[in-house]
Design a protein around this ligand. Structure first.
Ligand SMILES: [Zn+2]
Length: 76
């Protein structure tokens, strides 16, 4: 159990939509976005499991997440 109960649903790293955990590993969990279908992995071994639920995001958190994703995409 990598991310634990608080990491069962996380924001999609592509569209900040609702991504549900599809695979649970020792350090890494796999997710699939229910909005855009994007599949991705999150490695929880560095920061440890989240202390609070990753979903739902507040409006402020969603805005910040979209800003970070835009920054990442610009660098590519
Ligand atoms: Zn998505």
């Amino acid at each position: 159990m990598a991310g634990g109960i608080n990491a069962a649903i996380v924001p999609c790293i592509k569209c900040v939509g609702r991504a549900v955990r599809a695979y649970e590993g020792l350090e890494t969990d796999g997710y699939e976005c229910s909005e855009c279908g994007h599949q991705f992995l999150i490695d929880w071994s560095h920061g440890g499991p989240p202390q609070k639920a990753c979903w739902p995001l507040s409006e402020e958190e969603a805005k910040e997440a979209r800003r970070i994703i835009e920054l990442i995409n610009e660098k590519r």
